[in-house]
Design a binder for this molecule. Sequence first.
Ligand code: BTN
Length: 333
Amino acid sequence: MYTSFDDTTLDKIVRLLKSHQSEFLSGEKLSKSLGLSRAAVWKSIKKLQSLGYKIESKQNAGYKIYPNPSLLFPWEISDGLQTDTIGGKIYYFDTIDSTQNFALELSHRPHENGSLVIAERQTQGRGRLNRRWVSPKGGIWLSILLRPNFEPSYTSLFPMLTSLALAVAIQKTLKIKTELKWPNDVTIKGDKVAGILIDASIESNKIDYLVIGVGINFKIKPSKITSQIKTGQKKYGITTLVKENQQGNPVKLVQQFLLELERYYNNVISGSISDIRKEWMKRSSTVGKNVTATTTTGIIKGKAVGIDKTGALLLSSRGKVQRVLAGDIAYKR
Ligand code: BTN
């Protein structure tokens, strides 16, 4: 595990090399500014190379780093991150069971409001409704711990807020237009590219904490995922944001997403929810469609006419408008 706050030698070397990107930085200079032996610097450079950094070393000149935007290390994400709270602390894992589980553990520690947990790969990724979430390398798998001072009914706003923040961030950084499918899927031409899972703990009529889990198929082969989903379970197509032969910067996407999320979150704190709802509806593929909603209490068929201020889906069925709080929906063809 690496974090954004441990201030490791690796982090310091990357920062120093980046600030001298157009020239070679001598081993002597590096070891002096870090207070390390030349051998220790060499060891760290080797480690960074094994982590995926391209660092050239030249005799009598020193070291030079070449940018590699595909690395999700915490020092990469915090470098240029413009948020106040979200991502204040970043925990990075190459492989973890589930970032969601780690963030849930963090909830027992003090000073973790806004903490971000991110992994390259999950072995036990969790999806909504107790489904498995296949999380190979190439995706962005992250969880955020928040301690909002809200009443419990606000919990249902978070899927809407998060999916909207993600759609906006995808559009701004990758110029890709996505749709929002109620309650919290982000799709491209109907195929799922990201999903959101919210775990909430409610205490004495107030939210104790929320863990917002986001899974983004950033640069993966959709077949890698579909092949691992049980056939009976596969109800939707899957796609990726960036194709194998394309370039894309996942760090920029994560940074922008955290910024948009914090912006919407602050809007909720200040009570301006209606704009979020309007923006969500504008990007929604659900509103206006005839849908079948599968809920814990049964199946409801009707026309999606909007979402209310709590994020519940409004279905018009047999002259009545019904609120659907949770569940899955399928569009009628
Ligand atoms: C869905 O079913 O659509 C929600 C998927 C949420 C997956 C993310 S990946 C990061 C975080 N860790 C998990 O185990 N799940 C969430």
